[in-house]
Ligand binder design. Sequence first.
Ligand code: GUN
Length: 286
Amino acid sequence: MTAKLIDGNALARHIRSEVAQRVAALAEQGHRPGLAVILVGHNPASQVYVKHKVADCESVGMHSVLDRHPAELPEAELLARIRELNADPGIHGILVQLPLPAHIDANKVIETISPAKDVDGFHVASAGALMIGRAGFKACTPYGCMKMLESIGCDPRGKHAVVIGRSNIVGKPMAMLLLQANATVTVCHSATPDLAHHTRQADIVVAAVGKRNVLTADMVKPGAVVIDVGMNRNDEGKLCGDVDFDGVSKVAGWITPVPGGVGPMTRAMLLVNTIEAAELSTLAQG
Ligand code: GUN
């Protein structure tokens, strides 16, 4: 079997065009959605990510502010800046790019963001809302993965989904979203003794570990949907995911490529959360 590709670039383009229409509709009412992106320090990958996020805003007509700070920024100053943005009516979403320098407590930073502007979906209020099935911002990567499943007509109801990885950013919210969509969910992690035993039973596998070749062809049920959240470099420095793409694509029914899979969808869902935040704020203003 040769797996069909889930084209994250094409789906993200479609989602961006829908967001652009919603931005235009708000503009007609005199409102412009705004996203603040905060970068502390000079992590090279983070610099690329934030540049993309700002460019994405521009591409759909959203206002964005890129707030760059030196790595030595005191935590208190960062918290003060977030409080300022919380109170800024022109800013509807606030994103603090992770990782932060070691002297800054990321949890404290995330908890300072107003839940109404938590477009990353990382605040405990957002995570808690997801846990109990209430409305709230969903973390962008798992939200994008759910959209990818939807795009191929894969309804998780009654399916066995295996999530590899238990991070707060991807693994845990991914498991919650799949559960909410009525899948039977298994979460595997570094202390799972026989990963292949679980993945071989899965109709849907989401690999979110950050390590190459975590999922190989012998670990996949024929026809399964495989979503690769990994973003790694191989020995030649080429971007690759957590999945052995060449092997697994001979067994799986559907597979996401890296690059061009989950990555563009994460960025697209940030725009969706931001337009959502702006629409809610406009409604609240009456
Ligand atoms: N660092 C890696 N991924 C992300 C993300 O989705 N959001 C933020 N804020 N930082 C990240």
